[in-house]
Write a protein that binds this ligand. Sequence first.
Ligand SMILES: [Zn+2]
Length: 486
Amino acid sequence: MGDDRKLTTQEEDFSAWYNEIVYKAELAAHSQVRGCMVIRPYGFRIWELMQGALDSMFKETGHQNAYFPMFLPQSALDREAQHVEGFAPETAVVTRAGGAELEEPLVVRPTSEAVIWPIAADWIDSYRDLPVLLNQWTNVVRWEMRTRPFLRTTEFLWQEGHTAHVDEEDARAETLRMLGIYRTFMEDWMAMPVYTGRKTAAERFAGAVDTFACEALMKDNKALQAGTSHYLGENFARAFDVRFQTVEGEHAYVHNTSWGVSTRLIGGLIMTHGDDTGLILPPRLAPIQAIIVPIWKNDEQQAAVLAVAREVEADLLEAGIRVRVDDRQGMNPGAKYYDWERKGVPVRLEIGPRDVEAGSVMTVRRFTPEGQDRKRAVGRTELVAELPAQLERMQQELYVEALQRRAANTTTGIEDYEQFKDVVEQKGGFVFTGWCGDPVCEARVKEETKTTIRVIVGDDLASHVPPASCLCGDESVMEVVRARAY
Ligand SMILES: [Zn+2]
């Protein structure tokens, strides 16, 4: 395998490291169309596990899945002014089909507010029909100039929730409920801590009254917007005439929300946990949680070792673990170790002739917190009994590790602009500062430092004394989290 084994280190070139993991861990492949991405089976299984967890949470909170077409008439997109202004530059438009020019161009959905509400408006007559709680798992297209696998691709997979409510209070509660579900998923399943909060007007979704986001810190100290939830007010209801009869018998516009997470989460997973050896997957999202590598020197050993490996596999499957035996012939155990470490499998189980005799298995962890043993011989019965709990512990340990890294790379107590610029240049990470609330000041700091306001600090984050002044020297009216971001 030679040099193919070596990855560029994170220290050398984080961006090159990321790309190598994506392709060498077989998560994705290049497509025939620039900016598009092929998701390979190993990467797609991670997405399926993410979908499974999120979909259950959506259903538990009363949402139903549906499917709407990928095309919409240009005139529908044009109906909400801010929305079309935000998305028009990146839409793909079909002008010719069936061998002829189309009478009206069709836009390939960049998001589906303008696909769903003209139709779903007919499903709502009175307050009794509300709320409408829809979700769809689908693809969308945004013609991006600079693309990176999983992080920014022209076509990507996501889920988009679209809901309609009787009033602002109910819609805002939904917006925050879904933000909370995203946060729970990112922390409990991805082991990726996030700051959540409101976006500034400049960073808002096109057509939203308020946008809320989950922001995670990647290992290169840049922020990743990992999910967003929008309160849309009556903007889309007015554009698409989505009205209902109130309890009092009057006509009113519904209040809408929309919210989404995408395959970008896989990029977040890679950059939250991966190391110079490759991917590190939290057990809950690992397509293979334990890989059994049988070790033999001759045919007789091979038969005995493989038989035991199959028994261990069957026992672990029964214990609910996603496990597989790597029985590939003509490949030495060392090469298999590299392969599965690069793919981030949480636990490797080595079984050789001596282990067979001793009735034990050598367990090797992909991630080990400082001070713990990476390798340990365990009796076979003991292994089956304790591996599920051990995987859960690893899940927790990965979260704690990521949380500690974020704490070490979050700066508070910034006194002035010079100090802020120093921190951004020397260290990066999240920086809490004051803000005067002026968009001109926001734009200037963005231009000069390449940082953006990731979220406005809400009650959940205000754990320290907020700064008295903004970076511009004016009085601060709110605290914000700034960072360079993907
Ligand atoms: Zn300012």
